[in-house]
Design a protein around this ligand. Structure first.
Ligand code: CA
Length: 656
């Protein structure tokens, strides 16, 4: 999840709580009446003691801010009771060492130190829920983007820091134990993708994790020790982390992952990477954070990480039903398709708006009670992120409570996956359409769109788009821009997001495939080096470019070119860029060839490092059946040191 918001059990133990729920006095929570309009497909054979978790770390700050939570019957009641009624078994809470400035002002994000965790833990325990303690080992948000050392531990040697982690973890867990909190699992770090507590080498990270693990084993021998990572979609990453932890013989039980469907790859991939770790290293695995938007709309005047029209994967509509289907499928993946899958935790399901009238009103409350993701007081500790972008909840539209604190029907999914809840099929929403149209092409909106049914199946239905010729003309003449065309289908609103683009007819235009691919070189002079190089600082865009170099004078002479494929007849424009030096006398130009014969050229030069020169050839006439080749010719005498250069970004755009 975007960094600044992201900031955001053994089987036997879990079984104990099932038992506790069923039998004991104070912790007794009546089973929820399953009557609901929400469609939930049953998850078959859920393992005994499966963890249905909910992170509500911000809840105390929310309540202090005046937020009220209600039960399914519409009456105000303790949110922990509502969660238990919904089938939640575990409550997750993040713990920061010291999320306060020198004057005692909270950094926000719930101001969650160990005292907040104790309070949350006591209330959870009261309703038979077990706690998952999430140590960030930081004074504020820790995630793949940042793992800042707590103020009090700055400048410590790794030996002293290891000792500090051990003592701190031990003290915190002893406080929870003394308060009678039932702790099922302890995380030693949050989304620790290669960093923790200011340390960036695994050699040091493993010491800190080892110290945390040791403290858990000593104070709470029955609790599970978890490590937590993000980005399951990165090939090989999880296997690599697990291998390192094994190499360093870290003592842990659970390898946990964040899974935000918008960014984190497919569920099949998630099951595959977690199963590999489970099978190779004998670990339990789980999803430690997931969430899904139930509406595209913001409710607290502080922008959200997810809204409509974004460049994200949107597998389900942003509706209450879509949210339920997303969570159901994550549970199904971990419970039935993943080796040793033990649970799924939803992230910050109760982080809703603290007020209804304005940003100013809410901001004052966030600052006072720490109920936004960050307050201005965090600036001293985290000046680059929190210090600039502090504000409210970026996930209020991903909560499982509406803006008035009433539970959404989707919250019942934790309970309903066990039995399933089959209701009549109805269209829940219309799937978005995304179109890319060349500025010189024709905008053709589809005649049908997919209605997404409540069981997540799809059905094509006719659509009426609300568009005028005047609007179309504006789109053709408005340059590169994205438009939201609204329509109606099956009585529901439809959206077609039209991106007007300059379509590039060249492939691998910026060499980002890491190889020449469709580009050809004709190395006339026999250069020492002529290949695709990976170095973002030497690229015009992206990470790769075409590189050349020669020690000997007179050996740099080559062509780099590509045939344009599947080109409609018309008029075209070719652009390409070069930078380089030590060229001596040069003859450099871009060209366009029709059927092998040069028809147009544009001159280029090289000057000094990082000074890019761009040539544009306009008005290339092409008819279908011909072969259009575009490229760059480079000839350098060299000035004694040998010529070198970089070529990047070949663009062939329509001019029709
Ligand atoms: Ca918001």
């Amino acid at each position: 999840m975007k960094n600044r918001v992201k900031m955001l059990l053994t089987m036997a133990l879990a079984l104990m709580f099932v038992f506790a729920l069923a039998s004991c006095g104070d912790g007794k929570v009546s089973p929820l009446d399953a009557k609901s309009d929400i469609y939930v497909k049953k998850v078959e054979n859920i393992p005994e003691g499966f963890i249905f978790g909910m992170d509500v770390s911000s809840v105390l700050a929310e309540e202090a801010s005046g937020v009220k939570y209600y039960g399914f019957d519409g009456r105000e009641q303790d949110i922990f009771k509502t969660l238990a009624q919904a089938g939640v078994t575990h409550i997750r809470v993040r713990v920061w060492n010291d999320p306060f400035d020198e004057n005692g002002n909270g950094y926000g994000g719930g101001n969650n130190d160990i005292n907040a965790a104790v309070e949350i833990g006591k209330r959870a325990t009261k309703y038979g829920l077990s706690l998952i303690v999430d140590f960030h080992y930081s004074d504020f948000w820790a995630d793949p983007g940042k793992q800042m050392v707590p103020k009090a531990w700055r400048g410590m040697s790794i030996e002293d820091k290891t000792d500090a982690v051990y003592k701190y973890t031990k003290e915190c867990l002893e406080k929870l134990k003394a308060a009678g909190v039932s702790v099922g699992m302890v995380q030693i770090g949050n989304e620790t993708n290669g960093a923790l507590c200011g340390e960036k080498t695994w050699f040091n990270i493993q010491y800190l994790m080892g110290a945390g693990s040791k403290a858990v084993r000593e104070v709470l021998p029955e609790a599970l020790v978890a490590v937590h990572f993000a980005n399951p979609e990165r090939a090989g990453a999880y296997e690599n982390y697990a291998w390192r932890l094994d190499y360093y013989e870290l003592d842990y039980d659970v390898f946990a992952s964040s899974y935000y469907p918008y960014w984190h790859g497919t569920l099949d991939n998630l099951a595959s990477v977690l199963s590999t770790v489970a099978e190779k290293y004998g670990k339990k695995v789980m999803v430690m954070e997931t969430s899904y938007a139930f509406t595209p709309d913001d409710t607290d005047f502080s922008g959200n990480t997810i809204s409509d029209g974004g460049a994200i994967v949107k597998d389900y509509p942003f509706t209450v039903q879509g949210q339920a289907n997303s969570v159901r499928n994550v549970i199904d993946t971990i419970a039935t398709k993943t080796t040793n899958g033990i649970g799924v935790v939803y992230w910050e399901g109760a982080w809703i708006t603290v007020g209804t009238s304005s940003w100013e009103e809410n901001s004052a409350i966030w600052e006072k009670y720490g109920s936004g993701w960050a307050s201005s007081y965090a600036a001293g500790y985290d000046p680059d992120d929190a210090g600039k972008y502090y504000g409210g909840s970026a996930v209020d539209n991903q909560a499982m409570f509406d803006k008035t604190g009433h539970p959404l029907d989707s919250l019942r999914v934790f309970h309903l996956v066990k039995s399933g809840n089959v209701v009549p099929l109805v269209a829940d929403a219309i799937a978005d359409v995304n179109l890319m149209v060349d500025l010189n092409g024709k905008i053709e909106l589809p005649e049908t769109v997919d209605a997404v049914m409540n069981d997540d199946s799809k059905k094509a239905v006719p659509v009426m788009w609300n568009i005028t010729d005047k609007k179309l003309d504006e789109m053709y003449s408005g340059g590169v821009k994205k438009y939201d065309i609204v329509g109606t289908a099956d009585g529901l609103e439809a959206h077609c997001y039209v991106s007007m683009i300059e379509y590039n007819f060249l492939n691998n235009y910026s060499f980002e495939d890491g190889e020449l691919g469709p580009w050809r070189t004709n190395d006339i002079g026999g250069a020492d080096e002529l290949y695709v190089e990976k170095k973002s600082t030497d690229s015009l865009t992206g990470e790769y470019h075409a590189h050349f170099w020669s020690a000997k004078s007179g050996t740099v002479e080559f062509e780099l070119e590509q045939d344009a494929l599947d080109l409609p007849s018309g008029k075209y424009k070719f652009t390409i860029s070069i930078m380089g030096g030590d060229g001596g006398d040069t003859d450099i130009y871009s060209y366009a060839k029709i059927d092998g014969k040069v028809v147009k050229t544009a001159p280029l030069k090289m000057t000094v490092y990082n000074e890019w020169h761009t040539a544009v050839i306009e008005g290339i006439e092409y008819s279908e059946g011909q072969t259009l080749t575009v490229g760059i010719y480079v000839k350098c005498a060299g000035d004694g040191n040998g010529a070198w250069g970089k070529i990047d970004d070949g663009l062939l755009n329509s001019m029709n």
